[in-house]
Ligand binder design. Structure first.
Ligand code: FAD
Length: 443
């Protein structure tokens, strides 16, 4: 269904509740965890017609929009008002702000400025059994009672349907400078990352692209990688991508601090690159890497930042064991690793092996003390790992929250909920019947 406004969304939810029919909210459909797919049937509610801009108040740093406004349009509206909406997930031309709230989407600039939730000051939400609620708003989250706005952020359509979002924006930045650090090997990249984190500089962006992914996209890299065979052999480690922002004097000071911090690390080469083409290039990484063999299985695991090199070594080992090419890139500053296994889906059991490798990557994240998802959410594809991630007490609390807000288990059933381990079909957390899941998810 494609309701025209918030009241129609609430009415749809009311009808579903009255008729015991599952209801699945869908934004731009760019999610990478299977969250917006109606895998247990029911009504899909697309928010695409809720596109109104409700208020722009530059003096108050505030923007209110309906949930179906595209992420790129939110960023543009902010920019045109002299303000900034910093979250920049990769599919911003297609994803919607409601979907960004539902997944608490991040992106490169989340390192300094936070993910979508850091910008949400209020929500309008359709709640079961079919009524609209206003949470927070007028520039701040509600201080009275529980932080229900925060609870809805990242809930992946399982607790309510976001129909409008109030954002608290930031003043626009004075400028930006991008730097690329070429490293020798995994250990030199790890040392460089820790040196940057402990320096006085506060980069807006701190990304990495490992040598294998870099090679796949090297032809369109907008800077000058170190040239020559000797240099290529030397700089065989991950490449770090940084952005410093603010007034020129601040950027220069921070650059000096970074160079000083990196000064002791051996074998580094630091290059300045224009930010816009660099981030466009980085944005294209997903498609370029997928093109190498025609497909890939990618998981957005998070690992402790001091264990990045260890995580990458383990990802390569998983690939080697399953005879798959493996590579990785991601948000180094937040420890988010897009652990990627290249597959040709038409060749033998490559896809199956890729899915097994994806599952092994999730287990790796847990073993390293990290998380099964850094930003894409649990959705359908990672639900089998959620209980291990949360532990028994938090899993029980998670399920009680779900039951309190969705007592009949009809809101996006099976998603972002711990799944059952016995391999057979049995009741899910809120009484919905959940079939066993085959494997990890495509990314
Ligand atoms: C090329 C590419 C790059 C990406 N890069 C990033 C990245 O850098 N960072 C990142 O965080 N993500 C990234 N993603 C994942 C995805 O873009 C984000 O998860 C995004 O926030 C999903 O928004 P959407 O509108 O497409 O939601 P959908 O895919 O439609 O839905 C995602 C989930 O949110 C729920 N949902 C959607 N709208 C609502 C609503 N109004 N109310 C309640 N629930 C709702 C759905 O039920 C589903 O569970 C990337 C995806 C692609 C394809």
């Amino acid at each position: 269904l494609r309701p025209a406004d918030a009241r129609a969304v609430a009415r749809t939810l009311g009808w579903c509740y009255g008729h015991d029919v599952p209801i699945v909210p869908r934004g731009g459909g760019t999610g990478l965890a299977g969250g917006a797919a109606p895998l247990l049937g029911g009504v899909v509610v697309s928010l695409e017609r809720l596109r109104r801009v409700l208020a722009i108040e530059p003096g108050l740093w505030r923007l209110s929009v309906e949930a179906g406004v595209r992420t790129a349009d939110v960023a543009r509206l902010a920019r045109e008002s002299g303000l900034m909406f910093a979250p920049d997930p990769g599919a911003a031309e297609q994803s919607q702000i409601g979907g960004n709230v539902a997944t608490n989407a991040g992106g490169p600039h989340a390192f300094k400025y936070g993910r979508t939730g850091a910008f949400v000051s209020g929500l309008e939400v359709a709640l079961a059994p079919g009524e609209l609620a206003q949470l927070g708003g007028a520039g701040w989250r509600e201080a009275a009672g529980y932080d229900l706005t925060g609870l809805l952020v990242g809930s992946e359509g399982t607790l309510g349907i976001v129909t409008a979002v109030e954002l608290r924006l930031l003043p626009a930045r004075a400028g930006a400078l991008a730097l690329v650090v070429f490293t020798d090997d995994l250990q030199s990249a790890q040392s460089a990352l820790l040196a940057i984190l402990s320096s006085d500089a506060r980069p807006a962006v701190l990304e990495f692209v490992d040598a294998r992914a870099f090679q796949a996209a090297a032809a369109t890299f907008p800077g000058e990688p170190p040239r020559g065979a000797a240099s290529a052999a030397r700089h065989a480690g991950p490449v770090l991508l940084l952005e410093l922002d603010g007034p020129e004097v601040q950027r220069d000071r921070e650059r000096g601090e970074l160079e000083e911090a990196l000064g002791d690390a051996e074998g580094l080469s630091v290059e300045s690159v224009p930010p816009a083409p660099l981030w466009r290039w980085r944005d294209g990484m997903n498609g370029v890497v997928a093109g190498v063999r025609g497909g890939k299985v990618s998981e957005d695991i998070r690992v402790p930042r001091e264990r990045l090199a260890e995580a990458l070594e383990a990802v390569y080992a998983i690939g080697a064991e399953l005879s798959l090419q493996a590579c990785a890139w991601g948000h180094a500053g937040d420890g988010i690793v897009h652990a990627t296994f290249l597959v040709d889906p038409a060749t033998g059991d490559e896809l199956e092996r890729g899915l097994r490798a994806g599952e092994r990557a999730l287990e790796l994240a847990l073993a390293l003390g990290g998380s099964i998802t850094g930003e894409h959410g649990v959705g359908w594809v990672k639900r089998r790992f959620l209980a291990a991630q949360l532990g028994p007490a938090a899993t029980a609390a998670h399920e009680r929250v779900k039951r309190a807000l969705d007592p009949r288990g009809l809101l996006n059933p099976g998603k972002n909920q711990p799944a059952v381990e016995d391999g057979g079909e049995r009741a899910g957390s809120a009484g919905t019947r959940v079939p066993p899941v085959a494997g990890g998810g495509p990314g």
